[in-house]
Design a protein around this ligand. Structure first.
Ligand SMILES: C[S@@+](CC[C@H](N)C(=O)[O-])C[C@H]1O[C@@H](n2cnc3c(N)ncnc32)[C@H](O)[C@@H]1O
Length: 273
């Protein structure tokens, strides 16, 4: 069952169209899969001993949802704005987890109104698309049970530094991407303002290698990373861009991109009277 709520048009959200990317996403999204795995593992110590009630926000094709389902939770809600991404997630859950009580919600996380409270809310590789992250955090806080945790997996500022450098070298312009990347300190400060405390975190650089610049750029497109600038590159700029990208190569791959993976476990601060 896909439940629809008030959908916000993609055009207002400044994000890629994940509906047309769903079929390719799983092949392209190594860094997202790695982030989801790290976040899941980090969160395990903070879940209650009883069977948890869980929510996966921006679940996509289910990298994290499947791990959460494997905990055999009391219930699992998976939420995404993209119907096609949810369909892929649903197919996987149906195959392996028909005995788990899961529900899919096609909705905008920034408008969602859940009908239950959660022990754990997860959001991996999705927050970068949200229009108002502080507002999302304040709302998500209300969806948690007392002592519930909010687990955020995000990409840090160093993410795709090679791509940005190559773009400037080739065009003399800055690469504008639709996604927002923050430092861990910045995200911690934003979550503190929303009255969360940081219980735990982990971060690392994950390097994704490609056989040539075309494959590298196509893979980024398939996972939803696209330039937001209106100005397209001239033929000469494209050529130069690819040449500079080749400078990131090593003995294993012609092109390498860094992803700064950050996992954060947050809990709403107790209100002391
Ligand atoms: C890069 S994918 C990550 C998917 C999954 N969490 C993973 O780890 O692979 C980002 C997902 O967030 C979803 N998304 C982006 N903005 C959203 C929003 N405002 N509400 C719900 N889902 C959103 C997209 O549709 C997409 O499926």
């Amino acid at each position: 069952m896909v439940q629809s709520g008030q959908r916000t048009k993609r055009i207002e959200k400044q994000m890629p169209n994940f509906n047309i990317k769903a079929s390719k996403y799983d092949f392209a999204s190594e860094p997202q899969a790695e982030l989801a795995k790290g976040l899941f593992e980090l969160s395990l110590d903070y879940l209650p001993d009883t069977l948890p009630v869980l929510l996966d926000v921006g679940c996509g094709t289910g990298h994290l949802s499947l791990d959460l389902a494997a905990l055999f939770p009391k219930s699992l809600d998976c939420l995404d704005i993209s119907k096609e991404m949810l369909e892929v997630c649903r197919e996987k859950l149906q195959v392996d987890f028909s005995s788990v009580k899961w529900r899919l919600f096609e909705n905008d996380a920034e408008n969602f109104e859940p009908d239950i409270k959660y022990d754990g809310i997860y959001c991996s590789a999705a927050i970068q698309w949200f229009a108002d992250i502080p507002k999302f955090l304040s709302r998500a806080k209300k969806w948690l049970k007392p002592n519930g945790i909010l687990c955020i997996g995000a990409f840090g500022e160093k993410t795709l530094c090679e791509l940005r450098t190559a773009y400037i070298e080739a065009t003399d312009r800055r690469l504008e991407t639709e996604a927002k990347f923050f430092s861990l300190d910045k995200l911690t400060a934003i979550s503190k303002k929303a009255d969360f405390e940081l219980l735990d975190f982990a971060k690392c650089i994950y390097v994704q290698g490609f056989e040539n610049p075309d494959v590298a750029l196509r893979t980024l497109g398939d996972m939803g990373v696209t330039g937001a600038g209106k100005k397209s590159l001239s033929r000469t700029e494209v050529q130069k861009f690819k040449e500079v990208l080749l400078k990131t190569g090593n003995e294993n791959f012609a092109v390498n991109f860094s992803w700064e993976l950050m996992a954060m476990i947050l809990r709403a601060k107790e209100i002391r009277l």
